[in-house]
Write a protein that binds this ligand. Structure first.
Ligand code: AP5
Ligand code: ZN
Length: 205
């Protein structure tokens, strides 16, 4: 499978990409995680972290390079967080073909609640939510006991900016796949398990 998972910030792309990668033995290619691991890397455009903490897109050459390297090593994959603008979508189409393009649909008020309540493990990266998916012991990771922290870009102000950037840059990408006739829309509301069942149905068509 070569799956593209599209959706606004907080739609559950990370959560569901991990599920899909595990269920079908695919590589999880995520530009967000790759950039977070290299936030302080010096590039000719500055560091990725400068853009990310403000909710802006990291410049295309930096991101394209990450994706092309990951694609070289991947047989089957689920792509999460890329493409985020029309230029990236054009670049991707020159690199590989996709067999499933999914759009995870979640209303905006719910996105803000999901993102401002997200907590991540500072040790292993596991994701929680203070209300929808709390850890057993407050502030500690169930998997490794590590400290749970809020992502730098999950404050309400930066979340609003990320949603603005999404509408301006990424919605045209969603439109592009919709016009092409390849887009499958999946309801992203409900529990993570319910959403995953819907995705399975699409992938197994
Ligand atoms: P990235 O890491 O890709 O962030 P994002 O797209 O904003 O997506 P998120 O990780 O915030 O959300 P998600 O959809 O994965 O949701 P999750 O499953 O975690 O990008 C971060 C930054 O990196 C960008 O702003 C940009 O600067 C840069 N960047 C990345 N890619 C780039 C690119 N291609 N070009 C340029 N720059 C790039 O879920 C969210 C929360 O909701 C969690 O707490 C979770 O527990 C909870 N949750 C999940 N599912 C459910 C459910 N069904 N019900 C209730 N709660 C749920
Ligand atoms: Zn952990």
């Amino acid at each position: 499978h070569r799956i593209l998972l599209l959706g606004p910030p907080g739609a559950g792309k990370g959560t569901q990409s991990k599920n899909l990668a595990e269920a079908y033995g695919l590589d999880h290619i995520t530009t967000g995680d790759a950039l977070r691991a290299n936030k302080e890397m010096e590039t000719e455009y500055g560091t990725p972290g400068e853009y990310m903490d403000a909710g802006e897109l990291v410049p295309d050459p930096v991101v394209n390079e990450i994706v092309v390297t990951a694609l070289e090593d991947a047989d089957g994959f689920v792509l999460d967080g890329y493409p985020r603008n029309v230029e990236q979508a054009e670049y991707l189409s020159e690199q590989t073909a996709l067999d499933t393009v999914v759009f995870l649909d979640v209303p905006e008020e719910e996105l803000v609640e999901r993102l401002t309540g997200r907590r991540v493990c500072s040790e292993c990266g596991a994701t929680y939510h203070v209300k929808f998916d709390p850890p057993e012991e407050e502030g500690a990771c169930d998997e490794c006991g590590g400290e749970l922290v809020q992502r730098e870009d999950d404050t309400e102000e930066t979340v609003r900016e990320r949603l603005r950037v999404y509408r301006e840059n990424t919605e045209p990408v969603v439109e592009h796949y919709r016009e092409e006739g390849t887009l499958v829309e999946v309801d992203g509301e409900g529990t993570p398990d319910e959403v995953f069942e819907r995705l399975r149905d699409v992938v197994e068509g």
